[in-house]
Design a protein around this ligand. Sequence first.
Ligand code: MRU
Length: 371
Amino acid sequence: MQVDGKNYTTIWIHPQNKKAVQIINQKRLPFSFEILDLHTPEDVFRAIKEMEVRGAPLIGAAGAMGLYLATLELKEREKAPVHLAKTAANLKSSRPTAINLAIAIDAMMAELLKISSLPELQETAYQLALDRVGLELDYCKRIGEQGVSLIEAISHRKKGDTVNILTHCNAGWLACIDYGTATAPIYLAHEKGIKVHVWVDETRPRNQGSKLTAWELSSHGVPNTIIADNTGGHLMQHGMVDLVIVGSDRTTRTGDVANKIGTYLKALAAADNHLPFYVALPSSSFDFTITDGMKQIPIEQRSSKELSHIEGMYNNELATIDTTPKEGTQYANYGFDVTPARLVSGLITERGICEANEQSIAKMFSDLMKT
Ligand code: MRU
């Protein structure tokens, strides 16, 4: 997508230095647009852990880049299995919920370990990392093409009046490589001249909605309004929401959806108001090995500091301020929740829109699902 008239993806290889990976530092947005260079797998680990890169498809691509950088540290092919396995395990441990990370790393490891010469191994790692970036980008573009029909239908029903879409967290191009997952149909609808407006959940505690989604929608000229996380239900009761679209960090073969904490409450409110609640996700965000999202998806627990402090600009400096009492209080900071399949109207994938149940998912992804 464009930033100040220039096209960007969220991760790429340095154009003048094949041994460095570049990312947009999401921790600085929306206050400053900063590009960071990553030279080692440890740099990539830190970038994922510290959320300089974040969002399921993007951390999958970052993991692949981390493995590529690990191959550049090798002096001899014989050391590859141990060094790469150690790096892979470390990278995978950086964020537990999004499945894209493990999928990207495991797929790449399987290919790399077949190769017997070091230069060939490094060149293949370079290609595979770029392929992963290209794949996630392509998935998002196609999710947009598949999902735009939902917005078109509502616009038609409303006789061209604005379609109001609510989203939670950032499932935009920043969380992916380009286009986004939940936002891809929105960007395409906007491009087609359909009137859209997005209700952007602030998404406490890290404010991915107000800091990232609102920034990227506004940069692209898509009308949007930031709302406090608890506002969605009220808007739905008053006919101010036509459609909810969210992303996913991991979805089971039965259609249970893990996404940013608070998503489940939006799904409940949508169901109570008979509103469509769609989840947009690439095939790389499915975990086809599991059937029960509530029991089987690991939910990341994050630092209490995200709850006790808030970060923003103060006197032109990035500042962190304390917002809660310290004594006698404990904190529980769950990063994600699981929305049961029964609350999901449909899954918008790169292959089409399917129902959130095992039969419908299996029909669309029989080749990836095996048994
Ligand atoms: O903790 P984050 O910011 O990495 O969360 C991931 C997300 O951006 C959301 O859960 C998103 O809706 C799914 S990823 C496109």
